[in-house]
Design a binder for this molecule. Structure first.
Ligand code: NAD
Length: 285
């Protein structure tokens, strides 16, 4: 058996076409252009590359974006002042602070300073609370993108056993919560889980988000399972996932590649959240 490949690039391109049409419509009918502010502190090459990708994607769908590239020694209060200014700026519907931040800046303080209704990354405690209490709010982009990819297969989720490897606040936990809302039976595994393979082998849907290259082998996957590889690891200058692609491809029913899987969908959900935020201001909700 050879798994069907879940092509994130193709899915993202289709979703971005729809977003572009909606952005155009909002502009023509209500005179509103969705606006995104991205704040990047320091020189981390990976962060710069992610931000360039976000900037390009925003331009592609007609979203207005402002990117501030700030020095690594920026004091926390200066960053908080900038956030305050964007909080008050009616042209800006989404504010994103690229993580990680340098040591002198507390990510918690920064995230808490963003107005929850402009927190398009969905990291503010208010949005986190909304997700876990079943209310409406911004859903973090990577988990939202993963759910879109799973939905695109047309396979049922309700009643299936979903195993999530990783329990971080930005991927593992929120994706487990989204799968629970879709009525999957969810198991969360982490670095202290004993006998990881015993759990992964039971998974109808396996989400690997551990940041450990090649952690998931072919033997750890149930035949026919859907395997979503979230990992982005640089090994010998090459990007690889948490899943051994060639081995798992022979066992799984569906598989996402790295790169070209979850990554493009993550950025697409950021565009979607920014559009949604702009629409909410127009509708006064
Ligand atoms: P993290 O380091 O915050 O969390 C990793 C989690 O994996 C932890 O909960 C840990 O307990 C668990 N873990 C680590 N080793 C394990 C092991 N051997 N067995 C079982 N569990 C183990 O990382 P994160 O921010 O959640 O990101 C996870 C991966 O996803 C990283 O590779 C990251 O680069 C990638 N990522 C990709 C995207 C994307 O858009 N494609 C977005 C965010 C993160």
């Amino acid at each position: 058996m050879s798994a069907r490949i879940l092509d994130g690039k193709q899915l993202a391109a289709a979703a971005r076409r729809r977003i572009r049409e909606e952005v155009e419509d909002l502009k023509n009918t209500r005179g509103v252009v969705p606006g995104l502010a991205v704040l990047l502190v320091g020189d981390d090459p990976a962060s710069h590359s992610y931000v360039r990708g976000k900037e390009r994607a925003a331009a592609e769908v007609g979203i207005y974006s402002v990117v501030e590239r700030l020095p690594a020694d920026l004091p926390q209060r200066d960053l908080l002042e900038k956030i305050e200014a964007y909080n008050a700026d009616p042209r800006i519907h989404g504010i994103l602070v690229q993580l990680p931040l340098p040591d002198q800046i507390s990510p918690e303080a920064v995230i808490a300073a963003i107005r929850p209704d402009k927190d398009v990354d969905g990291f503010h405690p208010w949005n986190v609370g909304q997700l876990y209490s079943g209310g409406e709010g911004f859903v973090p982009c990577t988990p939202a993108g993963i759910l879109e990819m799973i939905r695109s297969t047309g396979e049922p989720v309700a009643g299936r056993h979903a195993v999530v490897v990783g329990r971080s606040g930005i991927v593992g936990r929120p994706v487990a919560q989204l799968l629970l809302q879709e009525n999957a039976t969810v198991t969360i595994c982490h670095s202290r889980t004993r006998d990881l393979a015993a759990f992964t082998r039971q998974a109808d849907i396996l989400v690997a988000a551990a940041g450990r290259p090649g952690l998931i082998t072919g033997e750890m996957v149930k035949p026919g399972a859907m395997v979503i590889d979230v990992g982005v690891n640089r090994v010998d200058g090459r990007l690889v996932g948490d899943v051994r692609f060639d081995e798992v491809r022979e066992v799984a029913g569906w598989l996402t590649p790295v790169p070209g899987g979850v990554g493009p969908m993550t950025i697409t959900m950021l565009l979607y959240n920014t559009l949604w935020s702009a629409k909410r201001t127009v509708n006064g909700t």
